[in-house]
Design a binder for this molecule. Structure first.
Ligand code: HEC
Length: 162
């Protein structure tokens, strides 16, 4: 019982320090705490830094923006048969998040096969005008819309694909 109480106290202390931005101090504390407590704090840190719901909703405005994604991939993400590939339930989207980021920025030069249909490539207007945060948001929208459960990406993931 004492051990649990101690863990709770340490947990509260560490999250308090995190919210104060005392990162370096926490590093020292971590060496004294038990592993479960450390994992818990890191989770708290992750969620307080990034709001996925807000990202998805910002991404929707980009997706539906004039001349952007929706123009070709359609409001329901189904694309247009044989011309614009689907994003909804697309094996391409659900298999590789980095490929989704890269394609969202540049389109593709090579032919791409989506759900067994081949598209020639080079037909997508590149979204090079969008900054990394905007690409992150629109990709999070694509990964989490129309029944897709594709996970999420952070700004750093986008930067890595530039
Ligand atoms: C002018 C039409 C057009 C626009 C606008 C467009 N796309 Fe595409 N997109 C395509 C075509 C066509 C392909 C197939 C590859 C190619 O030709 O470059 C494609 C491929 C893709 C793929 C990979 C294949 C798939 O279906 O999973 C993703 C992901 C994608 N687009 C996301 C986006 C996102 C996100 C935006 C907005 C930022 C966007 N596209 C804007 C036409 C478009």
């Amino acid at each position: 019982m004492k051990k649990i109480a101690l863990l709770i106290i340490i947990g509260v202390f560490v999250s308090f320090m995190l919210s104060c931005g005392g990162e370096t101090k926490i590093k020292q504390e971590e060496t004294h705490t038990e592993e479960t407590a450390i994992t818990e704090t890191e989770d708290i840190a992750m969620t307080s830094e990034f709001d996925l719901e807000a990202s998805i909703s910002a991404g929707e405005s980009i997706y539906t923006g004039k001349g952007l994604c929706q123009t070709c991939h359609q409001v329901d993400g189904q694309g247009v048969d044989g011309t614009f590939p689907p994003l909804a339930s697309a094996d391409f989207v659900l298999s590789d998040k980095n490929a989704v980021i890269k394609t969202s920025i540049y389109g593709t030069k090579e032919p791409v096969t989506v759900n067994d249909v081949e598209y020639p490539g080079g037909m997508m207007t590149p979204a090079t005008g969008l900054i990394d945060e905007e690409i992150r948001d629109v990709v999070n929208y694509v990964l989490n819309s129309w029944g897709n459960e594709g996970g999420s990406v952070l700004t750093a993931d986008v930067t890595a694909q530039r």
